[in-house]
Structures are given as C-alpha cells and as structure tokens.
Design a protein around this ligand. Sequence first.
Ligand SMILES: C[S@@+](CC[C@H](N)C(=O)[O-])C[C@H]1O[C@@H](n2cnc3c(N)ncnc32)[C@H](O)[C@@H]1O
Length: 213
Amino acid sequence: MTEQEIADAAISADGNLLAVWERWWTALDGTPGEIVWDADAADLAADLQRFAASFDKRLPVVDFGCGNGRQTRFLGRHFTTVLGVDISPAAIDSARAAENPPHVSYRVLDARDPDAAAELHREFGDVNVYVRGVLQALPSAARPRAVRSIARLLGATGTLFAKELPPEAGSCLATVVQRHGLSPGIARVMRLIPPDRYRWRISRVCSPLIAST
Ligand SMILES: C[S@@+](CC[C@H](N)C(=O)[O-])C[C@H]1O[C@@H](n2cnc3c(N)ncnc32)[C@H](O)[C@@H]1O
C-alpha cells in the first residue's frame, strides 16, 4: 500500500470527511494563529493579481471549500456576487457570523457531490471558481468527483483559480518540524488525524511529538 492509499483508508475508516471537518471547525477557540493555513492579506492580494483579469466580472464567484469565509469576504471586495461553499455546517455558521456584505453568502456543499454542484449551477449559471487548499485535503479517490463538481459550476464560460500544496509539501513540512519542533497550530491539525492509521511522513514525525505534549 502506498502512503497515499493508507491516508485515504484512514479518512474513510475514520467515518467521513464531514465528521473530521466538523471536529476541526467546532474545536477552534479563537487563539491567534490556530488556523495554520490562514493567508496574509498580502498573499490574497498577490493571488488576486494572478486571476482577476481572467475572471469574467459578470459571473458570480464560488469560493469552493471556503472554511470560515476569510477569502470569501476578500473576494467580496472585488466581485459583485460571491458564494462560499463548504462541507462543514460549523464552518458555514462561522462564515455567516462574520460581518458580510449582502452580496456575499454561504451554503453547505460537499465537493464530492457533482449533482449538488449541478443544482447550484441551475441557480447561479456559470460561475468562476476559487479553490485554495481543498483538493489536497480530499482522499485521492474523491478528487475526480470534486473536479467534476468544479466543472459543473464553471459551465462553459467560468474560469478556475486553484492554489493547492504539491505532494512533496508533506516531506518539506516534516523536515521543518524535525528541525524546529512542532508549532501549536500544526499539532492541532495533526490531532484531527487518527495516528494509528494515517501515516504520511509528516504524521510519523508529528505523532510522537503530539503524544508527548
Ligand atoms: C485547508 S482548509 C482551506 C480553507 C480555505 N479554502 C482557505 O484557504 O482558508 C480546507 C477546507 O475544505 C473544506 N472541505 C474539506 N472537504 C470538503 C468537501 N468534501 N467539500 C467541501 N469542502 C470541503 C474544509 O471544511 C475546510 O474548510
């Protein structure tokens, strides 16, 4: 079994992605830096430069896997209709609880459900799609369905911007942890993952450290 196959088995054996992400989004307590993938405003602005000219401004934008809506609200400053979607009702509650302008809204949607995406497409028509750090968080077997969902949302005229970690990021992170130790933010992410089953290289480095904290 490859490491990816073991990781996939871990996620499905763990029940489901929804349970994992609900655990994550309900366990947050507002500690600064606890969401380790939060982007700096400068990063968001730099990304916007990469895709703004390619997005047809007449189309809505879907933030696919929006989490607590940090990026969705940023997109709302630049596009006229923005919809954040996420598998986790807790994430969507948190996104809705923030200060959102009227043209920014949220829905629960499982990326692995192309029929639900098609339903959204019937409502909104073609949309531009913004994805950041979501496909990497899916079991590899689920990614084709997520890609089909994105295709349904895009229709014939939408444009996709996707920003995802490459597969080698795990080894890179493992090296950083070995050199500098485990930050509280990474420890929190790793606690989501059953250590007996999920054995990417980063897990092998982190699990003993988590056990000893
Ligand atoms: C690493 S976070 C990235 C969040 C956000 N895009 C960002 O850049 O801050 C991954 C997000 O994907 C969501 N997610 C995971 N699996 C999903 C699925 N099957 N469908 C929709 N969202 C999913 C999680 O709830 C989480 O909000």
